[in-house]
Design a protein around this ligand. Structure first.
Ligand code: ASP
Ligand code: MG
Length: 453
């Protein structure tokens, strides 16, 4: 069997759901399990409703409920016309939003929202989108069957970001989903949503549908997982900065994880870890171009010296200098302890005998951090820096690639340089306004236009 997951934009309106139906109908012989997100933007709207209601803005919240109701009814009527199925689905949509209104009202009266009640509200998006998708698929000849995520996605009670109970999910998936696949049905389940052992609604955290797809794929031993989205896949660089960026056809999981730390937003690798760990390949595919190649993420894709070029601005460097560091131990521990205490994560680190330079992305706690750091030595701060990085699992072992990278940086000031011990990324700290030109120069060096990577 395979898992086909459709994200918010791939089920965002009637046309998108129609495309999804076509994609799934071609895959029926491969026994697809379909995982769907809420209609694009619906989860944001639901969370806003919860916040507004709890903070006394009940009229605004109710307007939000009605807007969502209208949107879903419109999609239902676009997809289903006015046959019997349409009437049933419209009734279900109405019931869902009546309940949502009641929940919002309750939060308003309480003047307070708990993570548990927010989950009950946020989950509505997937619960209703999956019902719509089932009806639309059936009308288009796909033998879809609704599966409640609360029957399979068993989690702990960490509301807002619940931990999946993988053993229980495997048991439930075998009991509920396997028989449907065996009889040739196409089960459709809402992503993101789960339930505790006692049946209380939970969610897996924002963007959690990819996680649902991966957990269910792992539970059922899927042959592959397809993440259908609205981009062609992962690219060799951000195309807004590097117009020549090209599709990465295969990427290793560790490389994709490195890229995620640069804000590559296609998907967060941690959400697909449960599947990739079992050797299940995960593909990112564009629902608007189903014939496209997409990007395949696998644990053991070949190690290339450079798979992608990444960059980010807004980096701050903190430099701590102290003669007490000389031949002393425990100094780094003390420095890191301070960053930890101020909940600031450190990105790149370089040390000399009497100084440590660190980069941070989030300088919000810098002032209080400085007070503590000054106890250890002289501290200086450089703002307006940026990072460019080459990411490739074979980079560390390829001296030629390394030389080419530095040659490509000719004429640019590099403030810090770091090669990870795993050899998967070469990170260079530059002035913020040099990030874009550096990315273009590096990209041209490793992915020459018209050339073969
Ligand atoms: N609908 C949820 C969200 O927007 C989950 C997802 O789309 O993956 O966070
Ligand atoms: Mg998403």
């Amino acid at each position: 069997m395979i898992v086909a997951k459709f994200g918010g934009t791939s089920v965002g309106d009637a046309a998108a759901i129609d495309r999804a139906a076509r994609i799934v109908s071609e895959r029926v012989p491969r026994q697809p399990l379909v995982v769907v997100s809420a209609l694009g933007g619906a989860t944001n709207a639901l969370i806003a409703i919860a916040e507004q209601a709890a903070s006394g803005q009940v009229i605004l919240a109710m307007r939000g409920v009605e807007a969502l109701r209208e949107r879903h009814l419109q999609v239902a009527s676009d997809l289903l016309g006015d046959d019997q199925d349409a009437t049933d689905v419209a009734a279900e949509v109405a019931a869902t939003f009546d309940e949502l209104a009641a929940l919002a009202e309750a939060l308003f009266v309480l003047g307070h929202a708990t993570p548990r009640s927010v989950d009950a509200i946020a989950a509505k998006g997937e619960l209703v989108s999956s019902a719509l998708v089932v009806a639309a698929f059936r009308k288009r000849g796909v033998p879809a069957v609704y599966v409640s995520p609360m029957d399979v996605m068993i989690t702990g009670d960490q509301f807002g970001k619940a931990e999946p109970r993988t053993d229980r999910i495997a048991e439930r998936a075998s009991a509920v989903i396997r028989p449907l696949l065996a009889q040739g049905s196409v089960p459709v389940v809402g992503g993101f949503v789960g339930a505790t052992e006692q049946g209380i609604i939970t969610t897996l955290g924002r963007g959690g549908s990819d996680f649902s797809a991966s957990l269910l794929g792992a539970a059922l031993g899927a042959e592959s997982i397809e993440i259908w989205t609205d981009v062609d896949g992962m690219l060799t660089a951000d195309p807004r900065i590097v117009p020549d960026a090209r599709l990465i056809e295969r990427i290793r999981f560790d490389e994709a994880s490195e890229l995620a730390s640069f804000g590559a937003k296609v998907l967060h690798p941690s959400t697909i870890a449960p599947a990739v760990r079992l050797g299940i390949p995960v593909s990112i595919l564009n629902a608007k171009d189903p014939a496209g190649h997409g990007t395949l993420i696998a644990f053991d894709a070949p190690r290339r010296p450079v798979t992608a070029i990444a960059g980010k601005e807004g980096v701050t460097v903190v430099k701590v200098r102290s003669l007490r560091m000389l031949l002393a131990h425990g100094f780094l521990a003390r420095i890191f302890e301070i960053f930890d205490r101020h909940r600031t994560s450190v990105d790149v680190v370089a040390t000399s005998e009497i100084s440590v330079s660190l980069t941070i992305d989030d300088a919000r706690h810098l002032d209080t951090l400085m007070v503590d750091l000054l106890q250890l030595g002289d501290v200086s701060v450089e703002r307006n820096r940026g990072i460019v990085a080459l990411v490739g699992a074979g980079l560390g072992a390829d001296s030629d690639a390394m030389a080419r990278a530095l040659a490509a940086m000719h004429g640019m000031r590099i403030h810090m340089l770091s090669l990870s011990a795993s050899g998967i990324n070469l990170t260079m700290l530059v002035d913020a306004d040099q990030v874009a030109p550096a990315m273009r120069q590096l990209h041209a060096a490793f992915f020459p236009p018209g050339g073969d990577s």
